[in-house]
Design a protein around this ligand. Structure first.
Ligand code: FES
Length: 704
């Protein structure tokens, strides 16, 4: 250690440490601006001037190394004079108006001139005509506010190795910029945001609105992770894929969810809606990379990691084995409780094994993920229908109702009670179980254009049936996602959008058709649940068919307080506050309280309710774990044409192959494709590695 005094205070420095950082580490403030803790010091701004060993010529503290026995004066007359002149010169070319700046209140320059007592208004006379540049995606330049500290240039050149920003001279004088007046994309920018993060003023900022969506700064910087309901560390696992470490990628995903492969196939990828690359071209194929990571994890090293708390002797029953119930069971077991899952069907998995068709979600993958939950210690009983949660509570310390919404609803049409009228949930369960579906006949009408309607329709065209899919929505408003619509059309589904349903024709034991008319427009009133439609005159017609399948909503199947023992709301869902039902020790979560939702949301509900139940049983509810170490190289380098790199899609099998068997409709990425796609990531999270510079009032001691 090196011993020295700064303003009369004895301090210690490490070998090679600058005077500036020696002082700051000791809580002694020296004004500074061009210095940044993550960048090499260049000594340009001179605000950190100090005098050393009684000398008269000030030196920059950021560029001067601490030496044994040194005496340093921060406020010597000579140092103060240099500092003051430097500040005045900076202000002379800075816009006079601060209040319109996005950095107002957080600007290091503003904080410094206030600290130094320099009146900015006296000096702000020269205006530099550098226009605001809002033409780049994600990043806005207001170089008129540039104070030439060079931090952004050092971040871009040295820290990231991208080499886009340089000092340029134009009508506005010298400032940071892009040589040749190029746009960021053509100059090779990787849009990592390091320049924004280190800029001390409002010269380089995030595009308007980008940092306002979430309450937390980190979430605004990394919106993909914020959008994922389970907050999977998406940039970290994409990095692991890119670096050829799919096992680590799988482990990182598993830190938040016990069904990575399921999600890799069928997640609705809310994360992709947050991906900042969407502002450049298309979002990253995050879901597809998840699937790649899981399918290429040969070592499964995560199995030996993670927490396992001591056994508590407490018993928990989970009713329902869908993604919510099994996730809760998995974590509750890890938290030390004895968990038994009770499933009314012959197979565990809920919609993952009895609803979502095999062409979207291969059974072996689901069963492997369920098996790991059982191997970890969760017990399960199938063919076990629970008729009363309250009665079950007498045998267990806590009960979780996670029954989902597995019962289909029919519209109240004349003929809906006929024998050949089914719900999509029943047909999908039969289809998944490999049952003979010939009872449906040769021609089927599916009512409902959501994803469940398409699941049913696409399953049945694979059985060689003629399938009409009719829905109230107009073609451009269909609820199912674009892939379902396009692929369903290729597979032969006959879509009838904008139809209203009048009756099912036939007799109780033989359906002959579905009577419909065309609607020109329709509106749905959420409050009353009523639909108002404008019908096309004379458009009534009957679609001949052998059976009708309703894909028009689902419910829990729970009937009454008297029978199930907990209060239900008007829609037949458990009435809850948080996850607590009306009975102490009985909790409810997942689709059973939210209504039909996405698997990732059900999994997150499972995580949250596991924490709540653990706390109820006396635990701390802590379920976060790290299953793979993180590493992130800050020097990302240049990639020519980076901004325009096209999204790599998974290969869609041709229609004949798709229709000939239960095979997945997509092929997983090849290693090369995964490398290319993961290479498109902007690595927004790297920005969070950069330290935030503390303002003078954040240091301890007397810095006034
Ligand atoms: Fe030392 Fe700018 S901080 S010269």
């Amino acid at each position: 250690m090196i011993h020295l005094t700064i303003d009369g205070q004895a301090v210690q420095a490490r070998e090679g440490q600058s005077l500036l950082h020696t002082a700051l580490d000791a809580g002694i403030y020296i004004p500074h601006l061009c210095d940044h803790p993550d960048l090499e010091a260049k000594g340009g701004c001179r605000l950190c001037s100090v005098t050393v060993n009684g000398g008269e010529t000030p030196v920059p503290a950021c560029m001067t190394l601490a030496e044994e026995g040194m005496t340093v004066e921060i406020r010597s007359e000579a140092a103060e004079a240099v500092r003051r002149t430097s500040m005045e010169l900076m202000l002379a070319t800075h816009p006079a108006e601060c209040t319109g700046c996005p950095k107002f209140g957080k600007c290091e320059l503003q904080s410094l001139y206030q600290y130094m007592g320099v009146n900015g208004q006296d000096w702000r006379q020269k205006s530099r005509p550098v226009p605001t540049d809002e033409k780049n995606p994600l990043i806005t330049h207001l170089f008129t506010r540039c104070i030439r500290c060079g931090r952004c240039i050092r971040a871009c050149q040295d820290k990231r190795g991208v080499k886009v920003l340089e000092y340029v001279r134009d009508a506005g004088g010298v400032h940071a910029g892009i040589p040749g007046g190029k746009r960021l994309a053509e100059a090779g920018c990787r849009f990592c945001g390091a320049c924004i993060e280190v800029c001390p003023t409002g010269s380089i900022v995030d595009a308007v609105g980008l940092m306002e969506k979430y309450p937390s700064y980190a979430d605004n910087v990394v919106p993909c992770r914020a959008e994922c309901p389970a907050h999977i560390d998406i940039p970290a696992y994409i990095r692991a894929v890119r670096e050829g470490r799919p096992g680590d990628a799988h482990a990182i995903i598993r830190e938040k969810v016990p069904f990575p492969l399921v999600l890799g196939h069928i997640c609705n990828h809310l994360c992709e809606t947050g991906c900042k690359r969407t502002s450049l071209n298309d979002p990253l194929g995050i879901r597809n990379l998840k699937r790649f990571a899981v399918e290429h994890d040969a070592g499964q090293a995560w199995k030996d990691k993670g927490f396992h708390k001591p056994r508590t002797g407490k018993r928990v029953a989970v009713i329902g084995s869908g993604p919510c119930g099994l996730t809760a069971a998995y974590y509750l077991n890890k938290l030390g409780h004895d968990v038994t899952v009770l499933e009314k069907r012959p197979q565990l998995g809920g919609p993952m094994t009895s609803g979502i068709p095999a062409y979207r979600l291969p059974l072996e993958g689901v069963m492997a993920e369920i098996q790991w939950i059982l191997d970890s210690g969760v017990k399960a009983e199938t063919n076990r229908e629970v008729t009363s949660a309250a009665a079950l509570r007498k045998e267990y310390d806590a009960v979780l109702v996670a029954v989902g919404v597995s019962k289909g609803r029919k519209l109240p049409l004349p003929g809906a009670e006929f024998q050949q009228v089914y719900t999509a949930m029943d047909v999908l369960a039969d289809s998944r179980a490999g049952a003979d579906l010939s009872y449906l006949g040769k021609t089927v009408c599916v009512i409902g254009g959501g994803s469940v309607g398409y699941d049913a329709a696409r399953s049945l065209v694979r059985q060689g049936m003629t399938v009409h899919l009719a829905c109230l929505e107009q073609a451009d408003r269909i609820l199912a996602d674009k892939e379902d619509q396009e692929e369903g059309a290729q597979e032969g589904i006959h879509l009838l959008p904008g139809r209203s349903f009048e009756a099912i024709e036939g007799t109780p034991d033989r359906v002959t058709g579905l009577r419909v008319h065309t609607v020109l427009s329709s509106t749905y009133d959420r409050a009353t649940g009523k639909v108002t439609e404008v019908a096309e005159e004379g458009s009534q017609t009957v679609i001949p068919c052998d059976s009708v399948i309703f894909a028009t909503g689902q419910h829990t199947g729970l009937s009454s307080y008297e029978s199930f023992g907990i209060e239900l709301n008007g829609r037949g869902y458990p009435a809850v506050e948080g996850f607590n039902t009306s009975v102490d020790g009985i909790f409810a979560a997942g689709d059973a309280i939210t209504g039909i939702s996405f698997v990732i949301k059900a999994i997150q509900q499972g995580r949250e309710v596991a924490s709540v139940i653990d706390r109820y049983l006396g635990g701390d509810g802590e379920i976060d774990e790290t299953l793979a170490e993180r590493s992130a190289e800050p020097r990302i380098g240049r990639v020519e044409g980076f901004a325009a790199l096209p999204r790599v899609e998974q290969e869609l099998r041709d229609v004949k192959q798709r229709l000939s068997g239960g095979a997945d409709v997509y092929r997983t990425y090849s290693c090369k494709e995964a490398e290319c796609e993961s290479g498109r990531c902007l690595q927004c999270d790297l920005r969070l590695q950069l330290q935030r510079v503390k303002l003078w009032n954040e240091y301890g001691g007397d810095n006034g």
